[in-house]
Design a protein around this ligand. Structure first.
Ligand SMILES: Nc1ncnc2c1ncn2[C@@H]1O[C@H](COP(=O)(O)OP(=O)(O)OP(=O)(O)O)[C@@H](O)[C@H]1O
Ligand SMILES: [Mg+2]
Length: 366
């Protein structure tokens, strides 16, 4: 009926069926924090539940690492849910007769992971979500925010590549919610997980998301970086959705930064980098190591005096950087007046991009 151009109202009247997700096409990148936002009933849960086949789509495909999971049989799906894709639910889903530690171990227990190993992994996850010391408490002794952390730790112990989170923070009060958002960002920053996060709060969506998808009536209205929604709202619905948002407190450095114009790796030759710098009219560039870690910078003046060398001995190691999850307003003092590219790094000190004063101004004034 959809193919025949019938509306979802018409379909509901004639058949009694709801169209949950209507013809949505999305690519989600490895390591991305992808947020799905929309009003109640817009199809968010229906969509995320397709991503581990709790909902079976009637049409289309769902490809994870090149495999269409719609074709998976029962045991392949079980494997997928145990190892690759974990889900965190809104109402915690904790087992009340088990301690925090035993709750977090649960997923490993059903996989027959040996006792010592699972305790070790569970404790790591508990530490990661900030609950160290609470291992032997029971759910009834915890606050809502703490229970949510246990749920998150449990999802993390399986070391899934993909975390699905369906409005995990909506039951929490605003302060705890803010804490959990910060916690989640730092976990993602550190572990490089792909996280798909649902919320109906636009502020939360923009605060967390590398990219955001806005749904309405089961359809995709717009998908993009938070700043795209301000710069190019797809229609009036989007404009009214974002009307009351304070951009400087919502936009994160990572959604505003850009690629460095020139970048050097340890081991590069001075001549090559100098040529690059001259061509691009730059007087310095950052230097990274094998693991993309930020080591410092080299200046054209210096390497210009030493042709035919590796750049390694000319790297200036004192370098200031900004974490990619910082809010734009937090960078004002660092970027004030200066027009140099400041390095943007993650928690492991890997260089993720650069940003200058002009980038911020253009992001905020658009
Ligand atoms: N199991 C179901 N059977 C029939 N219709 C359903 C089912 N689950 C959801 N729907 C319908 O699908 C549509 C989308 O629902 P969905 O739960 O995906 O919305 P949502 O965006 O997650 O909303 P909320 O913010 O309230 O959680 C709604 O019209 C709903 O009535
Ligand atoms: Mg829902």
């Amino acid at each position: 009926m959809l193919d025949e151009g019938k509306s979802i109202q018409e379909i509901r009247e004639k058949t009694g069926l709801a169209v949950g997700v209507n013809n949505i096409s999305l690519d989600i990148e490895d390591g991305e924090m992808f947020v799905i936002v929309g009003l109640s009933g817009s199809g968010k849960s229906s969509l995320i539940r397709c991503m581990n086949m709790l909902n079976i789509p009637t049409k289309g495909e769902l490809v994870i690492d090149g495999e269409n999971i719609c074709n998976y049989n029962k045991s392949q799906l079980q494997e997928l849910r145990r190892k690759k894709v974990a889900m965190v639910f809104q109402h915690f889903g904790l087992l009340s007769h088990r301690s925090v530690l035993k709750n977090v171990e649960y997923g490993l227990e059903v996989q027959d992971v040996p006792k010592e190993e699972r305790a070790k992994k569970a404790k790591e996850a508990i530490k990661l979500v900030g609950l160290e010391g609470w291992e032997n408490y029971f759910p009834r002794q915890l606050s809502g925010g703490m229970k949510q952390r246990v749920g998150l730790a449990r999802a993390l112990t399986n070391e899934p590549e993909i975390l699905l989170m369906d409005e995990p923070f909506s039951a929490l009060d605003p302060l705890i919610r803010r804490d959990m958002q910060t916690e989640l960002l730092s976990i993602e920053d550190y572990m490089d997980k792909t996280i798909i996060f649902i919320t109906h709060d636009m502020n939360e969506a923009f605060r967390l998301g590398d990219r955001v998808a806005l749904l309405k009536d089961g359809e995709l209205v717009q998908v993009g970086k938070p700043r795209d929604f301000f710069e190019n709202p797809a229609n009036d619905y989007v404009s009214s959705f974002i009307e009351d948002v304070d951009k400087s407190r919502i936009l994160r450095v990572k959604t505003v930064m850009r690629e460095p114009i020139v970048l050097a790796k340890l081991g590069d030759r001075t001549d090559k980098i100098l040529e690059d710098l001259n061509n691009k009219d730059r007087d310095f560039c950052y230097v990274i190591g094998d693991k993309q870690e930020l080591l410092g910078y080299v200046e054209s003046d210096t390497i210009g005096k030493h042709p035919g060398h590796k750049i390694d001995s000319f790297v200036v190691e004192e370098v200031e950087s900004i974490n990619r999850n910082a809010f734009v307003f937090e960078t004002f003092s660092k970027l004030d007046e200066s027009d140099i590219d400041v390095a943007v790094t993650d928690k492991r000190n890997r260089l993720r991009g650069v940003i200058d004063h002009q980038d911020i101004v253009s992001a905020l004034t658009h």
